[in-house]
Design a protein around this ligand. Structure first.
Ligand SMILES: Nc1ncnc2c1ncn2[C@@H]1O[C@H](COP(=O)(O)OP(=O)(O)OP(=O)(O)O)[C@@H](O)[C@H]1O
Ligand SMILES: [Mg+2]
Length: 288
C-alpha cells in the first residue's frame, strides 16, 4: 500500500533520515526510536509536509512527492506538536476542521465525538481539557475524512497510564481497516497493538519485523542473577545491565548478554523493551 524507497532527508550537513526503505500494509506499525532518531521527519515526508532529499514514496504505486493530492485526500495526520484552539469547544473545533477539509457530512462530527469518547464534553472549551482529551480531539480531527492512512506522531507523550491505555485501544481498533503509523520512544506503547515494529536509529532503519520475531531473536540473551554488591560492581562494566534492584543487601539484576554472564545467572524471558536493548547491545558489540 505505502512504499518508502531509500528515502533520505538532510538539513544542511545533518542527515535526519538516512536511506529508509519500508513496505507498509494496512494494520498498525510502530515506529520506534530515541529523540532525534528521525521519526517526525520521516512522518512529515509521508504526510507530504516536506519532500525527501532523495528516494521515493509511493501510495498504491503513485508517487506522493510528484502528486501529493492523492495522499492528502486519503491521509489523517496528528502531528507531535498538535495544539487545540482553547476558545473553541470540541464540537466547534471539529466543525471548523470539517469545513477546512471539505467534509460536508454533518453527522461526521457527532460520530467522531462518540468514537473518541468526547461526546459528553462536546460543548466544553478545549482550554479545560486534559492532555488525553486533547489528543483524542486530535485523533478525531485526523479521522474527519475517514483516512486510509493515519499517521500519529508520539500521541501518548504526556498522558497518564489510564489515558495511555485508552488511546492505545483506540488506535488498535482504527488499525483494523487502515494503515496506522504510530511513532513513540516507549516500546510498551505499541507492543500490544502494532503488528510490525520499525526501529529507527540515527536516521537508519535497523529493524522491521513483528514483535514476536523481535522477541524470538532476543531469546537466550537476557539473564537474571542475584549478586553481591562486589560481584555487581565487577560485572556491570562488562555486561549490559537492563535492571538492578536492591534486595536484602544484594542486587537482583537483569542482564543482556549473548552468553551466560556469570556462573549462577538464569535465562529469563525478555520483554520487548529488553529485546530491543539486547539487540542494540549486540549491534554495539559488532561495531566494536
Ligand atoms: N527543520 C529542521 N532543521 C534542521 N534539523 C532538523 C529539522 N528537523 C529535524 N532536524 C534534525 O533531524 C534529526 C531528526 O529529528 P526528528 O525530529 O525527525 O527526530 P524524532 O525521532 O522525531 O525525535 P523526537 O523523539 O525528539 O521527536 C534531529 O537531529 C533534528 O535536530
Ligand atoms: Mg519527533
Amino acid at each position: 500500500m505505502l512504499q518508502i524507497q531509500d528515502v533520505v532527508k538532510t538539513f544542511g550537513r545533518q542527515t535526519a533520515v538516512d536511506g529508509v526503505s519500508l513496505d507498509l500494509e494496512p494494520g498498525v506499525v510502530g515506529l520506534i526510536g530515541h529523540n532525534g532518531a528521525g521519526k517526525s521527519t520521516l512522518l512529515q515526508m509521508l504526510a507530504t509536509l516536506t519532500v525527501p532529499t532523495r528516494g521515493r514514496i509511493l501510495l498504491d504505486g503513485q508517487d506522493i512527492v510528484a502528486k501529493p493530492e492523492a495522499m492528502r485526500r486519503r491521509l489523517g495526520y496528528l502531528p507531535q506538536d498538535f495544539g487545540v484552539y482553547p476558545h473553541l469547544t470540541a464540537r466547534e473545533f471539529l466543525q471548523y476542521f470539517a469545513a477546512l477539509k471539505g467534509v460536508g457530512d454533518k453527522r461526521r462530527v457527532r460520530q467522531l465525538l462518540e468514537l473518541v469518547n468526547l461526546h459528553e464534553h462536546a460543548d466544553r472549551a478545549a482550554a479545560g481539557f486534559s492532555g488525553g482529551m486533547r489528543q483524542r480531539l486530535g485523533i478525531a480531527q485526523a479521522l474527519l475524512n475517514d483516512p486510509d492512512v493515519l499517521i500519529v506522531d508520539e500521541p501518548t507523550a504526556g498522558l497518564d497510564p489510564e489515558e495511555r491505555l485508552r488511546f492505545r485501544r483506540l488506535l488498535g481498533d482504527l488499525g483494523a481497516k487502515r494503515l496506522v503509523i504510530v511513532s513513540t520512544h516507549i516500546v510498551s506503547d505499541v507492543e500490544n497493538m502494532a503488528s510490525r515494529l520499525a526501529i529507527l536509529r540515527q536516521g537508519r532503519l535497523v529493524a522491521f519485523e513483528t514483535p514476536e520475531a523481535m522477541l524470538a531473536r532476543a531469546a537466550g540473551q537476557v539473564w537474571t542473577s542475584l549478586l553481591s554488591p562486589e560481584a555487581y560492581e565487577a560485572l556491570r562494566g562488562q555486561v549490559r545491565v537492563l535492571q538492578a534492584q536492591p534486595q536484602g543487601g544484594q542486587m537482583q539484576v537483569r542482564i543482556a548478554h549473548a552468553s551466560r554472564p556469570c556462573a549462577d545467572a538464569q535465562p529469563a524471558q525478555p520483554t520487548l523493551e529488553e529485546a530491543l536493548m539486547a539487540q542494540r547491545y549486540a549491534d554495539a558489540q559488532v561495531a566494536a
